[in-house]
Design a protein. Structure first.
Lengths: 199, 199
DNA sequence: GATGTTGGCCAACGCTCGTTGACGACGATA
DNA sequence: TATCGTCGTCAACGAGCGTTGGCCAACATC
């Protein structure tokens, strides 16, 4: 009936289709290419070849390249709750560890960062994540509600900066840092940005 | 005589030429486009149009797109000396203020960051800047020589993270921070990354 | 077994890109 | 004034891009 039924961006949109495997292969290939090459150089043709299907299938399932990107980088950071009195003073460490977990096994984040830098839609997606996911966390632990956006932005600057130097630019000294070092250095920074009195 | 004489990447390569104005216009337009659009979307044609000349002139003067990029993003951070005993304890503030100065009036840095994220040559250029310019500064103030690379990388992560969120992604809360706030929040972070005992 | 729907491939479109080479106009030098 | 290197334009090339539409085979439904 509805023509747009055949365009889906995720689960929960009806019965399983025979093409679900192909759709998944396309999404997986797209994430990999977007992460490795950025928006412009990740071509539909290359993604289709990775997924072993014809480029026209990508258009059928995701309408156009923008739709494919939107479907490929749907992200839930699954940020932990840090509102408890005991966890509040550990928020920095908890958040840094969580971010490292997310980045290490999730190429979607690399894709999003790479694309966000050169693509308006990608940048807006990242702004949305800051607003909808990072800001609420800051609100949990930050004393003054008025300072929440600024503190969330500071936290984002340090966490994204680490991701940038380590996972995207791959600067050797940043790559060589081991997990424990990163946590030990960054956790106090994040903790201070979130809870320390305004300097 | 030498054909490659006509391809120059900067001053000091001989007598002034009649085409110096054009060369400069091309470089200025290239910087603007690379900063605004990244490597792929900054087309030679668009740059040439901005400079009011024919695209083929760009090729004649800079050989190809890669050569143009290399010429456009030659960067000297002009990092201040922080080796004096009195300045050493102020290194964080001095460096943060210097970085803000550099970023605010210098679109070359935005260009380099935008391109570094999606282009291998750009990424290598940034690695070179970390190695040749940031690392020596860390060496001036860092107690243990063995820790210099790690500490420089931490400093880079915070400074580039700020540039990323504020000047490239333009996340609203990061844009709204005023200069004094940024210095007050980031200076202690940088100072700690450089001089605090290993945690 | 006929019919309609879905999954997939193929060939082509219009467009833009980086790049090339031929050619004319200008200005310095002799 | 004649010559020659420099500056600039114009038209075109081959390639790759996103995207489209037609076609065929496999499946589901009756």
């Amino acid at each position: 009936m509805n023509g747009s039924d055949s365009i889906s961006t995720g689960p929960g949109s009806g019965a399983p289709r025979r093409s679900d495997a192909t759709r998944g292969a396309i999404l997986a290939a797209a994430r990999e290419r977007f992460a490795a090459d950025g928006y412009e150089r990740a071509t539909i043709r290359a993604i289709a070849k990775d997924a072993n299907i014809d480029p026209s299938m990508v258009m059928r399932y995701y309408r156009n390249k923008e739709g494919l990107f939107a479907a490929a980088v749907a992200i839930d950071l699954r940020l932990p709750d840090v509102s408890g009195a005991d966890r509040r003073q550990d928020a920095g460490r908890i958040l840094v560890e969580h971010f490292l977990d997310m980045w290490e096994d999730n190429e979607v984040l690399t894709a999003l960062l790479r694309v966000g830098v050169t693509n308006q839609a990608g940048a807006e997606r990242m702004q949305g994540i800051l607003r909808d996911q990072l800001l609420p966390v800051a609100r949990q632990v930050c004393p003054d509600p008025e300072q929440v956006p600024a503190r969330a932005a500071l936290m984002a600057s340090q966490l994204l900066g680490l991701a940038l130097t380590r996972y995207v630019l791959r600067m050797p000294p940043a790559v060589e840092l081991v997990r424990a070092e990163i946590v030990a250095w960054l956790a106090p920074t994040i903790q201070r940005y979130l809870t320390a009195p305004s300097p």
